[in-house]
Design a protein around this ligand. Structure first.
Ligand code: GLN
Length: 493
């Protein structure tokens, strides 16, 4: 069977009748079946895929086929999918099969997308390596040269990244609270977009930090992200923070013409001790932007250095509140209790057994920074810093900057176990280039731009103006064309 590596190519082939949705689904079901070594899919749904594909073929035959009709996709385990396990990779949600469908998956299915299964992630989306998952690690399809050491696909949407990178699905849903779409995309040589906060409904997505969480597409290239975002975006009465704005035709905005656009290069993103290869790819990215006709401008985002500490106060604070609902009563797993134990013991034991270490750490930090004595010192101060960070971006956009170019991550993919053994702050440092975007509610995209000396992919991040995902995608499209990234991982799984 012909291999269609992008959603756009598969869509066009389906519409021309070169392949059927059922044939495509069978091909991908077999790929998923053969890739257990990657730990990407944690609940496979071949039956659902076959049924959806058969219905997609009917629509294709009748000529009424939206872009995603018949396209095999994977869904991060954070999305509630009706009747299908949705556990946020946590033990505490063992056995939970939602009675309802998240808005985003509902929209995708309404377009005729075909779900292959649920994808691995860090527990409750807390992490940068998919090592906190109750299902075990997801593995990056890429390796360092001939070295067989297993690398992380990043996190928290590591399963989504591994699956797209290894061609186990054509597109995947991710979520991004502090970088969880962009960092794994960069680690696996794929493209990932975090939309403007409010562009995509959060309804039915298991909450981590509600003021930062945003779902987005992870796919092979910029065009595929545009196609997926089109299907995902839009106002939803069930999410009061979703914006009542029209959704433009994102794919139609891709012409790659960025002549005269001003690309900001923030001086504060030159971090001490940043690997040479990251500096080098960033410099190459600047040259690519210039080659595409854009003008570079040095800019300052002075509050950048406070972003990581502010994020690691705000995100745990919201998480501690969101996760209070997991009490062993309403859904999920309940711990066994001994005779004479009461409800307090039941809560305590359920939460101690059900939550992993990182989640417990976040709940404790969050509870601490929200406690009466420390609220002003931590939480309120972090909120003020957040406002200043947002203002930094508003200022540069008001001064005529169209988009901002930064590295996506401070390193290439690291080895499984390498970081988890260090102290947690080492892991948190992964988010240094991405959290500002969530704190400011902006759209950001990671584009594969090259490889390091060991052949691992490196990503660049572009940050856009709020609600202007179309312009951001087009700038990313220009970068993608200049970068010409075509490398793919050698199949070993
Ligand atoms: N790595 C960050 C964290 O652990 C971001 C996670 C995310 O975006 N979901 O909080």
């Amino acid at each position: 069977m012909t291999e269609y590596r992008t959603i756009a190519a598969a869509r066009d082939a389906l519409r021309r009748g070169e392949v059927t949705a059922v044939e495509l689904a069978e091909d991908y079901i077999a790929r998923v079946e053969g890739a257990d070594a990657l730990g990407a899919f944690v609940h496979k749904t071949p039956e659902i895929a076959r049924e959806q594909a058969a219905r997609a073929d009917q629509r294709l035959r009748s000529g009424d086929a939206p872009d995603l009709c018949g396209i095999p996709v994977g869904v991060k385990d954070l999305f509630c999918t009706r009747g299908v396990p949705s556990q946020a990779a946590s033990k505490i949600l063992e056995g939970f099969r939602p009675e309802y469908e998240s808005t985003v998956t509902e929209k995708l299915f309404a377009e005729g997308a075909v779900m292959l299964g649920k994808l691995n992630m860090d527990e409750f989306a807390m992490g940068s390596s998919t090592e906190t998952s109750t299902y075990g690690d997801a593995v990056n399809p890429w390796r360092r040269g001939n070295d067989e050491a297993k690398l992380t696909p990043g996190g928290s949407s590591g399963g989504s990244a591994a699956a797209v990178s290894a061609d186990l699905c054509l597109g995947a849903l991710g979520t991004d609270t502090g970088g969880s779409i962009r960092q794994p995309a960069a680690f696996t040589g794929i493209t990932g977009l975090k939309p403007t906060y409010g562009r995509v409904s959060r309804w039915g997505i298991i909450a981590f930090a509600s003021s930062l969480d945003q779902a987005g597409p992870m796919a092979r290239d910029v065009r595929d992200c545009a196609i997926m975002l089109q299907a995902m975006a839009g106002h939803d009465a069930k999410d009061s923070t979703s914006a009542e704005l029209d959704v433009p035709d994102f794919e139609a905005m891709l012409d790659g013409d960025i002549r005269g656009k001003v690309i900001g290069i923030p001086r504060e993103y030159h971090m001490d001790g940043m690997p040479e290869e990251i500096e080098a790819i960033w410099a190459e990215g600047r040259a690519m932007m210039e080659a595409a006709g854009a003008t570079l401008r040095d800019i300052s985002l002075p509050h950048t250095k406070y972003a990581l500490p502010a994020y690691y106060v705000i995100a745990p604070a919201e998480a501690s509140s969101n996760l209070a609902r997991y009490d062993g009563v309403r859904y999920g797993r309940r711990a066994r209790i001994g005779q004479g134990d009461g409800i307090t013991e039941m809560y305590e034991r359920t939460r101690a057994e059900g939550f992993g270490d990182e989640v417990q750490r976040r709940v404790m930090i969050g509870t601490y920074v929200l406690s009466a004595g420390f609220y002003d010192a931590y939480y309120n101060r972090a909120r003020k810093v957040r406002t200043l960070i947002k203002r930094d971006f508003e200022q540069v956009f008001a001064d005529g900057v169209d988009a901002i170019l930064t590295p996506a991550t401070p390193s290439a993919a690291f080895g499984l176990g390498e970081m988890a053994e260090a102290d947690p702050v080492q892991m948190y440092l992964n988010d240094v280039f991405t959290v500002t975007v969530n704190l400011a509610g902006l759209p950001g995209i990671s584009v594969p731009a090259g490889t390091d000396r060991q052949g691992l992919p490196l990503g660049l991040q572009l940050i856009g103006k709020p609600w202007e995902e179309g312009a951001l995608l087009n700038t990313a499209y220009a970068l993608e064309r200049e970068a010409g990234f075509v490398a793919k991982p050698a199949k070993w799984w």
